[in-house]
Design a protein around this ligand. Sequence first.
Ligand SMILES: [Fe+2]
Length: 480
Amino acid sequence: MAGSDRGSYASGFVDLDSEVTVDRLPVKGAFPAWLTGSLLRTGPAKFDVGRMTVNHWFDGLAMLHRFSFTGGGVSYANRFLHSDSYCEAVIKGALARGEFATDPCRTLFQRVAAVFSPQLTDNCNVNVDMLGGEPVALTETTLPMRFDAETLEALGHYGISPQVGGAISIAHPHHDAHRACRFSYVVDFGRRSRYRLFAIPDDGGEQRVVAEMEVDKPAYMHSFAMTERYLVLTEFPLVVDPLRLMLAAHPFIKNYRWTPDRGLRFHVFDKDGGGLIASAESAPAFGFHHVNAYEDGDDVRIDLVAYADSSVIDQLYLAHLRAGDTVNATGRLTRYTLRPDRSAQVQVAPLATAMIELPRIDYDRCAGRNYRYVWGTGRRPGAAFLDSIVRIDVTDGSTLTWWEEGCYPGEPVFVSAPGADTEGTGVLLSVVLDARRGTSFLLVLDAQTLAGVARAECPHHIPFSFHGSYFPELSGTRGK
Ligand SMILES: [Fe+2]
């Protein structure tokens, strides 16, 4: 843990090099007997790559983590994701492809070559999900990486169809259980750039373009919203001139400009081929994560974690994090209500005063529908980094908080108890860094009360990761 003070969150940004498989982790408390699946997560784990150090939290080389539960026992495995980006970096002894805020292209020749033969990164360190029935790791390009959920072995890219095309995409597709597909979108950069929404059937069938929209300056959008009938793109006013991006004079995100005069723009698309239904504008704001959205009569309500501006990105540069600087950009759960037939008006209302990030909901029950609970990581007053887990009741803004001295929890993944007939009945799974001990543990909380249920101790620290998914069973998800 050299290079960081014991007790500081900064120890979550120290590289993890060891790859292990542990059949039984030491456990405290009792894991629910019904918890028999696996939590699969991805996140950056290597920031010092050969002779260079990446610039930003989002740039580290991806590692997969698997926690599997059986009969109260917990097994654990971790493995670097052997993407092309990873393998090239190992050979080169330095980052080989451009990441979010690090561009390894040093020479003019390399820059020009990259324009004609773009090498998108497949360093999938943002999220784990299923596409076409296969587990995949995702980043913000059109190169999701399939992997074996048992061994964590990389199995090659999940093919995005040529009709969908594009280069930049998102790591937060939405699952529509009724239509048996996942929705996502790409940004297709060119003389005429486009947002293109598409669907991937759960059975791996033919991908379908749902709608597209021309755009002169595409926005940086990390996620989008889904209701029962609509897909909603929220254009934060952090936008890029596509020409600037193609000339690649700067790392990816450095080409984007905060342009508050544009306001915050919502574009509502019909899921079933009806195209763009409405656009609406509100006061400028920035965000990474939509929480949920739903139709309420003629209104569309869109809940997201909103920031005043995009400075949160700047606060997450690695030098700040490794120094233990205070990250005080504050995201708040905010509701935007618009009415597609009167598209000009958007009502904005904060839903709670608590700071929240990495939000999760009772997704299988509530995605696209009216709902009550949001769980996420929080930051208590005076804390330097995300140091707690919060549950917000969106009906009245009331908030519960879990925290423990010297501990820094990651995204709390909600798992519904079998047969649960009410929203939010189940547990939360969160990987927590215990900075005092320099190791991490998997924490189980009661999702309704945030009372501690159990924990399993990992043999090492796990660098702060972003997202993951709970898979009820791994059978049928092995590599094909
Ligand atoms: Fe995210």
